[in-house]
Design a protein around this ligand. Structure first.
Ligand SMILES: *Cc1c(COP(=O)(O)O)cnc(C)c1O
Length: 467
């Protein structure tokens, strides 16, 4: 009986793969597909991961990490830059630095290192993770680490300690206060410039506080080890034009700064390359990398200076597509007179697990993990916390998800959740964070168990004796 009911809902013939925007390189869904049972699957070569089966087996909320996606993306990205440097006869070198703040989980960092990523850190705590890995002999001694962010004494001490141990570690001067100490530093240093231009991103604030203003940069008294000029315009830059305008403008500062600092040989253009979360037309890394190299080559040839080395710190671009978050729908409530007909309440929390949903009204690609070929309903999603803002409505519009069946769990998959959400996550209403599993080489490994009531209580000082 139950089977019959589900069968009746099935809508064969429609191109569901296309409908859910799967299998498309430009949307980073090339590894995603639907199987004959209407389940969402991910393929790694000839290995197949069935997300519906994983959700049933391990329970929800669940986050699935795919290291092969990270490796694939980084390999491609480095390949583009290296290829275009060759094609255009560019003499500078290319360096990828992974900005650790985007996702500090070990399961993300290790695959990046295996593909040859250098690192960029923002705090002394991130740097002490790097120190641990370094001391465990897992690093190529040639790896280079950029240190951004405001430098506390503890942070500067650690930078100096690692420099003594022969790490190629480069503090990026962020304020004039840091200058005093960093100027005596025994290795290469960098400086961050607060570019006087607008970029098309949520983070293009009227008053930027990062780095030194252009004028101060150009008036700098000589820093003898100055090797790198860095800038960062913000994350999820909306247009290719904004990225390229940044490069062009930064070059004008670089050119002038180099006159007083002949050791300066590298432009670090920071992060900001976006991800097509909404699965609409977006610029591509292939096209942007080609244009960046062309621009830098033309400008430096015209200025008669050496082609600068190029460092990039595109973090979100590399890691966002490598994690999927899966929730189960636990109840349904009708909505009157709205774009959506019903709330689907899920067993996780947008406010806790996918914080940007709440913080910056991030849009996601939300699709079913099962019943992908069934009749659909216009819905909004709500999280399990008591907060009325714990919801995802696709910006007040609606989502299409399968009509619920009494006989089967309905799982919802949220794609591209690998960037930023973990570091920002929280414990509103003391809900447990999602369990994390790793899908690699056809095998599944639990890497973060589901939090128990005890382990969460401990975070708030409840250590067992209730005194
Ligand atoms: C946040 C940040 C990045 C990474 O930005 P994405 O948008 O994730 O590419 C890189 N560099 C610096 C200095 C940052 O602050």
């Amino acid at each position: 009986m139950a089977k019959k009911k589900i069968k009746k809902q099935r809508k064969k013939g429609k191109n569901w793969r296309k409908f859910w925007k799967l299998g498309i390189d430009e949307f980073n869904t090339q590894f995603f597909n639907i199987n004959k049972d209407g389940n969402l699957i991910v393929t790694e070569g000839h290995h197949v991961y069935n997300l519906n089966s994983l959700a049933n087996k391990y329970g929800t909320p669940l986050q699935v990490i795919f290291p092969f996606i990270i490796e694939d993306r980084l390999k491609d990205l480095m390949g583009y830059f290296q290829a275009y440097m060759k094609i255009y006869g560019y003499k500078g070198k290319f360096f990828y630095h992974y900005p650790m703040k985007v996702n500090q989980n070990k399961e993300f960092i290790l695959p990046l290192l295996s593909e040859g990523a250098n690192l960029e850190v923002t705090s002394s705590n991130e740097l002490s993770i790097v120190k641990k890995v370094w001391e465990s002999d897992k690093f190529n001694a040639k790896i280079r680490v950029f240190c951004n962010g405001p430098k506390t004494n503890q942070y500067l001490d650690l930078i100096e300690e690692l420099r003594e141990k022969d790490m190629n570690i480069i503090p990026i001067i962020e304020s004039s206060e840091e200058m005093e100490r960093i100027i005596k530093y025994k290795g290469d240093v960098g400086v961050r410039v607060d570019l006087n231009i607008k970029a098309d991103t949520h983070w293009d604030k009227k008053f930027d506080r990062f780095g030194l203003p252009e004028k101060e940069i150009l008036d700098l008294s000589k820093i003898k080890n100055l090797k790198i000029m860095h800038y960062h315009l913000g994350s999820q830059i909306k247009t290719q034009k904004s990225i390229l305008e940044g490069v062009k403008h930064a070059f004008t500062i670089y050119e002038q700064l180099q006159k007083t600092h002949p050791n300066l040989d590298t432009i670090d253009i920071g992060g900001g390359f976006g991800v097509p979360y909404e699965k609409k037309k977006f610029y591509t890394a292939k096209s942007v990398s080609s244009k960046i190299i062309k621009i830098l080559k033309n400008l430096s040839d015209k200025a008669g200076i050496k082609h600068p080395n190029l460092a990039i710190e595109w973090g979100q671009y590399i890691v966002a597509p490598a994690e999927v978050t899966i929730y189960k729908v636990i109840s349904k409530k009708y909505i009157d007179k709205a774009n959506a007909k019903a709330w689907y309440i899920v067993d996780g929390s947008f406010i806790n697990d996918l914080k940007d949903t709440w913080a910056i009204h991030q849009k996601w690609h939300v699709i079913p993990a099962n019943n992908m070929d069934c009749a659909l309903k216009r819905v909004w999603l709500a999280g399990s916390s008591c907060d009325s803002d714990d919801k995802y409505t696709a910006g007040g519009n609606y989502l299409l998800l399968p009509k619920l069946s009494e006989n089967e769990n309905q799982f919802v998959a949220i794609l591209d959740t690998g960037a930023y959400q973990d570091g920002l996550s929280s414990h509103h209403c003391l809900l447990s964070a999602p369990m994390k599993i790793l899908a690699q080489d056809g095998m599944i490994q639990i890497v973060r168990k589901r939090e128990s009531s005890e382990s969460i209580a401990k975070l708030f000082g409840w250590n067992g004796d209730q005194k």
